[in-house]
Design a protein around this ligand. Structure first.
Ligand SMILES: Cc1cc2nc3c(=O)[nH]c(=O)nc-3n(C[C@H](O)[C@H](O)[C@H](O)COP(=O)(O)O)c2cc1C
Length: 345
Protein backbone atom coordinates (compact mmCIF):
# COMPACT_ATOMS: atom_id res chain seq x y z
CA UNK A 1 0.00 0.00 0.00
CA UNK A 2 1.36 3.44 -0.82
CA UNK A 3 1.74 5.98 1.97
CA UNK A 4 -0.98 8.60 2.32
CA UNK A 5 -0.10 12.25 2.37
CA UNK A 6 -0.89 12.42 6.08
CA UNK A 7 1.63 9.68 6.84
CA UNK A 8 4.52 11.46 5.17
CA UNK A 9 6.24 13.65 7.72
CA UNK A 10 8.50 16.23 6.05
CA UNK A 11 10.47 13.69 4.05
CA UNK A 12 11.08 14.60 0.40
CA UNK A 13 9.67 11.85 -1.78
CA UNK A 14 11.24 12.89 -5.01
CA UNK A 15 14.50 14.62 -5.73
CA UNK A 16 15.10 17.37 -8.24
CA UNK A 17 16.78 16.08 -11.40
CA UNK A 18 18.72 17.47 -14.35
CA UNK A 19 17.77 17.90 -17.96
CA UNK A 20 21.27 18.45 -19.35
CA UNK A 21 22.64 21.34 -17.29
CA UNK A 22 19.19 22.47 -16.13
CA UNK A 23 18.01 21.58 -12.63
CA UNK A 24 14.31 20.69 -12.56
CA UNK A 25 13.18 21.59 -9.07
CA UNK A 26 10.54 20.57 -8.15
CA UNK A 27 10.56 17.56 -10.48
CA UNK A 28 7.06 18.35 -11.73
CA UNK A 29 6.56 19.64 -15.26
CA UNK A 30 3.72 21.51 -16.90
CA UNK A 31 2.75 19.67 -20.08
CA UNK A 32 2.50 21.27 -23.50
CA UNK A 33 -1.14 21.59 -24.57
CA UNK A 34 -2.05 23.04 -27.95
CA UNK A 35 -4.60 25.82 -27.66
CA UNK A 36 -4.09 26.14 -23.91
CA UNK A 37 -0.56 26.52 -22.56
CA UNK A 38 -0.02 29.98 -23.95
CA UNK A 39 1.72 32.82 -22.10
CA UNK A 40 -1.39 33.72 -20.06
CA UNK A 41 -1.84 30.20 -18.75
CA UNK A 42 1.88 29.83 -18.01
CA UNK A 43 1.84 33.13 -16.18
CA UNK A 44 -0.92 31.82 -13.90
CA UNK A 45 1.00 28.59 -13.27
CA UNK A 46 4.12 30.61 -12.45
CA UNK A 47 2.18 32.75 -10.01
CA UNK A 48 1.13 29.68 -8.01
CA UNK A 49 4.54 28.03 -8.37
CA UNK A 50 5.33 24.35 -8.09
CA UNK A 51 6.21 23.59 -11.71
CA UNK A 52 9.91 22.94 -12.25
CA UNK A 53 9.62 23.42 -16.01
CA UNK A 54 6.88 25.01 -18.09
CA UNK A 55 6.19 24.35 -21.74
CA UNK A 56 4.57 26.12 -24.67
CA UNK A 57 2.03 24.62 -27.03
CA UNK A 58 3.57 22.66 -29.89
CA UNK A 59 4.92 24.87 -32.67
CA UNK A 60 5.10 23.60 -36.24
CA UNK A 61 8.68 23.96 -37.47
CA UNK A 62 7.71 24.22 -41.14
CA UNK A 63 5.21 26.98 -40.37
CA UNK A 64 7.84 28.87 -38.39
CA UNK A 65 10.31 28.73 -41.30
CA UNK A 66 7.59 29.83 -43.74
CA UNK A 67 6.73 32.86 -41.60
CA UNK A 68 10.41 33.69 -41.45
CA UNK A 69 10.69 33.56 -45.22
CA UNK A 70 7.72 35.93 -45.51
CA UNK A 71 9.40 38.18 -42.94
CA UNK A 72 6.14 37.86 -41.02
CA UNK A 73 5.68 37.83 -37.27
CA UNK A 74 6.58 34.63 -35.51
CA UNK A 75 3.79 32.19 -34.59
CA UNK A 76 1.23 33.26 -31.98
CA UNK A 77 2.29 30.17 -30.08
CA UNK A 78 5.57 31.93 -29.27
CA UNK A 79 3.68 34.75 -27.54
CA UNK A 80 5.66 35.87 -24.48
CA UNK A 81 8.45 33.35 -24.96
CA UNK A 82 11.21 35.90 -25.56
CA UNK A 83 10.57 37.89 -22.37
CA UNK A 84 9.13 35.27 -20.05
CA UNK A 85 11.06 34.05 -16.99
CA UNK A 86 12.93 30.80 -17.34
CA UNK A 87 12.98 27.83 -17.20
CA UNK A 88 10.81 27.38 -20.26
CA UNK A 89 10.63 24.63 -22.87
CA UNK A 90 9.35 25.22 -26.38
CA UNK A 91 7.91 22.18 -28.10
CA UNK A 92 8.31 21.77 -31.86
CA UNK A 93 6.94 19.25 -34.34
CA UNK A 94 7.59 18.18 -37.90
CA UNK A 95 9.24 15.25 -39.65
CA UNK A 96 12.08 17.00 -41.46
CA UNK A 97 15.32 16.82 -39.44
CA UNK A 98 16.84 19.88 -41.14
CA UNK A 99 13.74 22.02 -40.62
CA UNK A 100 13.44 21.03 -36.98
CA UNK A 101 17.16 21.69 -36.51
CA UNK A 102 16.87 25.13 -38.06
CA UNK A 103 13.99 26.10 -35.79
CA UNK A 104 15.64 24.49 -32.76
CA UNK A 105 18.73 26.60 -33.36
CA UNK A 106 16.63 29.79 -33.54
CA UNK A 107 14.82 28.94 -30.32
CA UNK A 108 18.01 28.04 -28.48
CA UNK A 109 19.93 31.04 -29.85
CA UNK A 110 17.68 34.02 -30.46
CA UNK A 111 14.99 33.09 -27.94
CA UNK A 112 17.39 31.54 -25.41
CA UNK A 113 14.81 28.97 -24.30
CA UNK A 114 15.85 26.51 -21.60
CA UNK A 115 14.83 23.33 -23.43
CA UNK A 116 13.77 22.40 -26.96
CA UNK A 117 11.27 19.54 -26.80
CA UNK A 118 10.29 17.48 -29.84
CA UNK A 119 6.78 16.10 -30.18
CA UNK A 120 6.60 12.41 -31.08
CA UNK A 121 3.28 11.81 -29.37
CA UNK A 122 0.57 13.84 -31.05
CA UNK A 123 -2.14 11.42 -32.32
CA UNK A 124 -4.19 13.98 -34.26
CA UNK A 125 -4.80 13.03 -37.92
CA UNK A 126 -3.68 16.35 -39.27
CA UNK A 127 -0.28 15.79 -37.67
CA UNK A 128 0.09 12.02 -38.17
CA UNK A 129 -1.60 11.19 -41.50
CA UNK A 130 -1.20 14.53 -43.23
CA UNK A 131 2.23 15.55 -41.97
CA UNK A 132 3.77 12.20 -40.99
CA UNK A 133 4.79 13.74 -37.71
CA UNK A 134 4.00 13.39 -34.01
CA UNK A 135 3.16 9.80 -33.03
CA UNK A 136 3.43 8.68 -36.68
CA UNK A 137 7.20 8.80 -36.18
CA UNK A 138 7.02 6.12 -33.44
CA UNK A 139 6.79 3.68 -36.34
CA UNK A 140 10.05 5.07 -37.70
CA UNK A 141 12.64 4.96 -34.92
CA UNK A 142 15.50 5.58 -37.37
CA UNK A 143 13.90 8.80 -38.53
CA UNK A 144 13.39 9.80 -34.90
CA UNK A 145 17.07 9.17 -34.27
CA UNK A 146 18.05 11.38 -37.25
CA UNK A 147 15.75 14.15 -36.09
CA UNK A 148 17.05 14.11 -32.54
CA UNK A 149 20.71 13.98 -33.58
CA UNK A 150 20.33 16.96 -35.87
CA UNK A 151 18.31 19.02 -33.42
CA UNK A 152 20.74 18.25 -30.59
CA UNK A 153 23.70 19.34 -32.74
CA UNK A 154 21.91 22.54 -33.79
CA UNK A 155 20.77 23.51 -30.28
CA UNK A 156 23.87 22.67 -28.24
CA UNK A 157 24.44 23.47 -25.43
CA UNK A 158 20.67 23.89 -24.95
CA UNK A 159 19.22 20.48 -24.03
CA UNK A 160 16.80 18.73 -26.35
CA UNK A 161 14.09 16.40 -25.04
CA UNK A 162 11.54 14.07 -26.62
CA UNK A 163 7.91 13.43 -25.72
CA UNK A 164 6.35 10.15 -26.83
CA UNK A 165 3.43 7.80 -26.23
CA UNK A 166 3.89 4.10 -25.48
CA UNK A 167 3.52 3.26 -29.16
CA UNK A 168 1.11 3.68 -32.04
CA UNK A 169 -1.30 0.93 -31.00
CA UNK A 170 -1.62 -1.53 -28.10
CA UNK A 171 -0.36 -4.21 -30.51
CA UNK A 172 2.74 -2.25 -31.46
CA UNK A 173 4.00 -0.85 -28.18
CA UNK A 174 7.68 -0.03 -28.67
CA UNK A 175 8.48 2.63 -26.08
CA UNK A 176 11.43 0.65 -24.64
CA UNK A 177 13.07 0.44 -28.06
CA UNK A 178 12.27 4.09 -28.75
CA UNK A 179 13.75 5.10 -25.39
CA UNK A 180 17.09 3.63 -26.42
CA UNK A 181 16.96 5.47 -29.74
CA UNK A 182 16.13 8.74 -27.99
CA UNK A 183 18.96 8.35 -25.48
CA UNK A 184 21.42 7.15 -28.13
CA UNK A 185 20.68 10.17 -30.33
CA UNK A 186 21.65 12.56 -27.55
CA UNK A 187 18.37 13.72 -26.04
CA UNK A 188 18.58 14.98 -22.47
CA UNK A 189 15.29 13.53 -21.17
CA UNK A 190 12.34 11.44 -22.27
CA UNK A 191 8.71 12.12 -21.40
CA UNK A 192 6.21 9.30 -21.85
CA UNK A 193 2.44 9.64 -21.92
CA UNK A 194 1.22 6.20 -20.84
CA UNK A 195 -1.23 5.66 -23.71
CA UNK A 196 -0.84 4.67 -27.33
CA UNK A 197 -1.72 7.00 -30.18
CA UNK A 198 -4.73 4.82 -31.03
CA UNK A 199 -5.99 5.23 -27.45
CA UNK A 200 -6.19 9.00 -27.92
CA UNK A 201 -7.42 9.81 -24.37
CA UNK A 202 -9.47 6.67 -23.79
CA UNK A 203 -8.95 4.33 -20.85
CA UNK A 204 -6.35 4.91 -18.16
CA UNK A 205 -2.71 5.74 -18.60
CA UNK A 206 -0.57 2.61 -18.27
CA UNK A 207 1.94 3.53 -15.59
CA UNK A 208 3.38 0.01 -15.49
CA UNK A 209 4.22 0.54 -19.15
CA UNK A 210 5.95 3.80 -18.23
CA UNK A 211 7.87 2.17 -15.37
CA UNK A 212 9.15 -0.58 -17.67
CA UNK A 213 11.02 2.00 -19.73
CA UNK A 214 13.21 3.05 -16.80
CA UNK A 215 15.61 0.10 -17.08
CA UNK A 216 16.18 0.92 -20.77
CA UNK A 217 17.51 4.38 -19.99
CA UNK A 218 21.00 4.63 -18.55
CA UNK A 219 21.93 8.29 -18.82
CA UNK A 220 18.83 10.38 -19.07
CA UNK A 221 15.81 10.96 -16.84
CA UNK A 222 12.35 9.53 -17.42
CA UNK A 223 9.32 11.77 -16.98
CA UNK A 224 5.96 10.01 -16.59
CA UNK A 225 2.71 11.54 -17.77
CA UNK A 226 -0.94 10.58 -17.71
CA UNK A 227 -3.99 11.07 -15.49
CA UNK A 228 -2.25 12.86 -12.62
CA UNK A 229 -5.02 15.00 -11.17
CA UNK A 230 -4.20 15.21 -7.47
CA UNK A 231 -1.21 15.66 -5.18
CA UNK A 232 -1.72 12.09 -3.93
CA UNK A 233 -1.49 10.70 -7.48
CA UNK A 234 1.76 12.58 -8.01
CA UNK A 235 3.15 11.10 -4.79
CA UNK A 236 2.04 7.64 -5.94
CA UNK A 237 3.67 8.08 -9.35
CA UNK A 238 7.04 8.76 -7.74
CA UNK A 239 6.68 6.05 -5.13
CA UNK A 240 5.34 3.24 -7.27
CA UNK A 241 6.78 3.78 -10.70
CA UNK A 242 10.31 5.06 -10.12
CA UNK A 243 10.10 7.97 -12.54
CA UNK A 244 12.52 10.90 -12.18
CA UNK A 245 9.87 13.49 -12.93
CA UNK A 246 6.17 13.78 -13.62
CA UNK A 247 4.25 15.92 -16.09
CA UNK A 248 0.72 17.20 -15.58
CA UNK A 249 -1.58 18.29 -18.41
CA UNK A 250 -5.39 18.34 -18.35
CA UNK A 251 -5.96 18.60 -14.62
CA UNK A 252 -3.96 21.81 -14.49
CA UNK A 253 -6.43 23.56 -16.79
CA UNK A 254 -9.06 23.59 -14.07
CA UNK A 255 -6.53 23.60 -11.22
CA UNK A 256 -3.43 25.60 -12.16
CA UNK A 257 -2.54 25.49 -8.45
CA UNK A 258 -2.12 21.70 -8.64
CA UNK A 259 1.64 22.00 -9.27
CA UNK A 260 2.06 23.91 -6.01
CA UNK A 261 0.00 21.32 -4.14
CA UNK A 262 1.95 18.42 -5.64
CA UNK A 263 5.28 20.13 -4.94
CA UNK A 264 4.32 20.55 -1.27
CA UNK A 265 3.20 16.92 -1.11
CA UNK A 266 6.49 15.54 -2.40
CA UNK A 267 8.37 17.75 0.04
CA UNK A 268 6.24 16.29 2.83
CA UNK A 269 4.81 19.72 3.59
CA UNK A 270 1.17 20.65 4.24
CA UNK A 271 -0.74 20.96 0.99
CA UNK A 272 -2.01 24.47 0.23
CA UNK A 273 -5.82 24.45 0.08
CA UNK A 274 -7.75 24.93 -3.17
CA UNK A 275 -8.70 28.58 -3.68
CA UNK A 276 -12.22 29.54 -2.71
CA UNK A 277 -14.74 30.06 -5.49
CA UNK A 278 -14.39 33.83 -5.06
CA UNK A 279 -10.61 33.53 -5.44
CA UNK A 280 -11.04 31.28 -8.45
CA UNK A 281 -13.32 33.83 -10.06
CA UNK A 282 -10.71 36.55 -9.53
CA UNK A 283 -8.08 34.25 -10.99
CA UNK A 284 -10.20 33.67 -14.07
CA UNK A 285 -10.69 37.43 -14.54
CA UNK A 286 -6.95 37.95 -14.21
CA UNK A 287 -6.44 35.26 -16.88
CA UNK A 288 -8.99 37.03 -19.08
CA UNK A 289 -7.15 40.34 -18.71
CA UNK A 290 -3.87 38.75 -19.81
CA UNK A 291 -5.52 37.19 -22.86
CA UNK A 292 -7.25 40.44 -23.90
CA UNK A 293 -4.02 42.44 -23.46
CA UNK A 294 -2.48 40.31 -26.16
CA UNK A 295 -5.34 39.53 -28.51
CA UNK A 296 -7.70 42.47 -28.00
CA UNK A 297 -11.20 42.33 -26.53
CA UNK A 298 -12.97 40.43 -29.29
CA UNK A 299 -10.46 37.67 -30.00
CA UNK A 300 -9.53 37.55 -26.31
CA UNK A 301 -13.16 36.96 -25.33
CA UNK A 302 -13.58 34.16 -27.87
CA UNK A 303 -10.32 32.56 -26.74
CA UNK A 304 -11.26 32.85 -23.08
CA UNK A 305 -14.49 30.85 -23.48
CA UNK A 306 -12.71 27.50 -23.22
CA UNK A 307 -10.51 28.57 -20.31
CA UNK A 308 -13.54 29.89 -18.44
CA UNK A 309 -15.26 26.51 -18.87
CA UNK A 310 -12.18 24.82 -17.38
CA UNK A 311 -12.24 27.04 -14.30
CA UNK A 312 -15.84 26.15 -13.55
CA UNK A 313 -15.31 22.43 -14.14
CA UNK A 314 -16.53 20.14 -11.40
CA UNK A 315 -18.38 22.92 -9.58
CA UNK A 316 -22.09 23.00 -8.90
CA UNK A 317 -23.65 25.09 -11.70
CA UNK A 318 -20.76 24.53 -14.11
CA UNK A 319 -23.03 23.27 -16.87
CA UNK A 320 -25.21 26.38 -16.82
CA UNK A 321 -22.11 28.60 -16.79
CA UNK A 322 -20.61 26.66 -19.72
CA UNK A 323 -23.78 27.03 -21.74
CA UNK A 324 -23.78 30.82 -21.35
CA UNK A 325 -20.06 31.53 -21.52
CA UNK A 326 -19.84 29.51 -24.71
CA UNK A 327 -21.71 32.23 -26.60
CA UNK A 328 -20.13 35.45 -25.30
CA UNK A 329 -18.54 37.82 -27.78
CA UNK A 330 -17.84 41.08 -25.93
CA UNK A 331 -16.22 41.85 -22.57
CA UNK A 332 -19.58 43.18 -21.35
CA UNK A 333 -21.24 39.86 -22.12
CA UNK A 334 -18.36 37.95 -20.58
CA UNK A 335 -18.49 39.94 -17.34
CA UNK A 336 -22.27 39.69 -17.19
CA UNK A 337 -22.19 35.89 -17.60
CA UNK A 338 -19.48 35.60 -14.97
CA UNK A 339 -21.49 37.71 -12.52
CA UNK A 340 -24.70 35.80 -13.19
CA UNK A 341 -23.54 32.24 -13.68
CA UNK A 342 -20.04 31.57 -12.33
CA UNK A 343 -20.56 28.91 -9.67
CA UNK A 344 -20.88 30.30 -6.17
CA UNK A 345 -21.17 27.23 -4.01
C1 LIG B 1 -6.09 20.03 -25.35
C2 LIG B 1 -4.81 19.25 -25.35
C3 LIG B 1 -3.74 19.67 -26.12
C4 LIG B 1 -2.55 18.96 -26.12
N1 LIG B 1 -1.49 19.44 -26.85
C5 LIG B 1 -0.29 18.81 -26.78
C6 LIG B 1 0.85 19.37 -27.41
O1 LIG B 1 0.82 20.44 -28.02
N2 LIG B 1 2.01 18.66 -27.31
C7 LIG B 1 2.10 17.49 -26.61
O2 LIG B 1 3.18 16.89 -26.55
N3 LIG B 1 1.04 16.95 -25.99
C8 LIG B 1 -0.14 17.60 -26.03
N4 LIG B 1 -1.20 17.10 -25.34
C9 LIG B 1 -1.03 15.90 -24.50
C10 LIG B 1 -0.64 16.28 -23.08
O3 LIG B 1 0.58 16.98 -23.03
C11 LIG B 1 -0.53 15.03 -22.19
O4 LIG B 1 0.45 14.19 -22.72
C12 LIG B 1 -1.86 14.26 -22.10
O5 LIG B 1 -2.95 15.14 -21.95
C13 LIG B 1 -1.85 13.28 -20.92
O6 LIG B 1 -1.63 13.95 -19.70
P1 LIG B 1 -2.85 14.27 -18.67
O7 LIG B 1 -3.53 12.97 -18.38
O8 LIG B 1 -2.18 14.87 -17.47
O9 LIG B 1 -3.77 15.19 -19.38
C14 LIG B 1 -2.41 17.78 -25.34
C15 LIG B 1 -3.50 17.36 -24.57
C16 LIG B 1 -4.68 18.09 -24.56
C17 LIG B 1 -5.82 17.62 -23.69
Amino acid sequence: MSPTLESIACRPLAAPFYIGPLLIDPPILQAPMAGFTNFAFRQIVREYGGAGLLATEMVNARGFVWLDEQEAEHPDRLWGVAEEPRPLAVQIWDNEPATLAKVGARLAGEYAVSVVDINFGCPVRQVTQKAHSGSYLLKHPERMGDIIEQVVAACAPTPVTAKIRLGCTRESINACEIAQVVEGAGAAALTVHGRTAADMFRGSADWDGIAEIKSHLHKIPLIGNGDLDSAQKVVDAFQRYGVDGVMIARASLSKPWLFAQAAAAIRGEPIPPDPTLAEEKQLMLHHYELVCERFGDERGTMLMRKFACCYAQGRHGAREFRKHVGTVVTPQEFNQVVESFFPVG
